[in-house]
Design a protein around this ligand. Structure first.
Ligand code: TPP
Length: 181
C-alpha cells in the first residue's frame, strides 16, 4: 500500500483482505467475501471495463482453484492489470493446509498463457517490481514467494453490501464510455 495512490485494489478472501483493511482501508479496495479464486477474474473484468490501473492480490490456493483465469488474462491482456499472487504454498487463512505450489509453478503457467510473469523471493526485488509494474502499461503477473504468516487482525467490521456499494461508487469516474456494466 506504500506504493498505491488511486489504483483499484481487489483482494483475496480471508487474512489478506483483513490485513489490507487494517493497513489501509479505502473505497477503492474491494475485499472478497466468500469466493476463492475470483479475485483475479473480478480484477480482470474491472481492468477491461475501466480506464484505471487495477491490482488484484490473489493467493496460491485460490488461484489453483481457478487456473483458467490465467488463460483469460493471457488472451485479453489489458494494459492496466497487475495480478499479485502471494504464494505461501498453504491455505493460510484456514490453518496452513498445504497447496500444490511446491511442485506447480504458477509463474510458469502464467508464462505459458502468454503473460509477462515474474517470481520474486526478496523484499527489495518485490519493491523494484512493484515500482516497475505500476509505471508499465501491460498485463503482468507477479508471484511473490512468501512464508506462511498471518497478522493477528480482527474481521473487517463493514457490511458486505456497504463494501460493494462504496466500491462501485468509487470506480464510477473511471468507467469506459462504451461500458454500461
Ligand atoms: C470454494 C471455497 N472453498 C474453501 C473456502 C474456505 N477458505 C477461505 S480462505 C481459504 C484459504 C485461501 O488460501 P490462499 O488463497 O492460498 O490464501 P492465503 O489464505 O494463504 O493467503 C479457504 C480454504 C472458500 N471460501 N471457498
Amino acid at each position: 500500500m506504500e506504493y498505491i495512490k488511486d489504483e483499484i485494489v481487489v483482494c483475496n478472501i480471508g487474512f489478506p483482505s483483513k490485513e489490507l483493511y487494517h493497513i489501509k482501508d479505502r473505497p477503492e479496495n474491494f475485499y472478497m467475501l466468500g469466493s476463492m479464486g475470483l479475485c483475479s477474474s473480478i480484477g480482470l473484468g474491472l481492468a477491461l471495463s475501466l480506464n484505471k490501473k487495477v491490482i488484484a492480490i490473489e493467493g496460491d490456493g485460490s488461484l489453483l482453484m481457478n487456473l483458467g483465469t490465467l488463460s483469460t488474462i493471457g488472451y485479453t491482456q489489458p494494459d492496466n492489470f497487475i495480478l499479485y499472487v502471494i504464494d505461501n504454498s498453504v491455505y493460510g487463512s484456514t490453518g496452513n493446509q498445504r497447496t500444490h505450489t511446491e511442485s506447480t509453478s504458477l509463474c510458469g503457467i502464467a508464462r505459458a498463457c502468454g503473460i509477462d510473469a515474474v517470481e520474486v523471493f526478496q523484499e527489495d526485488d518485490l519493491r523494484r517490481v512493484i515500482e516497475e509494474s505500476l509505471n508499465d502499461s501491460k498485463s503482468k503477473v507477479i508471484v511473490v514467494k512468501a512464508e506462511p504468516y498471518n497478522e493477528k487482525v480482527e474481521n473487517i467490521p463493514l457490511h458486505p453490501m456497504y463494501i460493494k456499494f462504496r466500491f462501485m461508487e468509487s470506480i464510477k469516474p473511471y468507467r469506459k464510455k462504451n461500458s454500461n456494466k
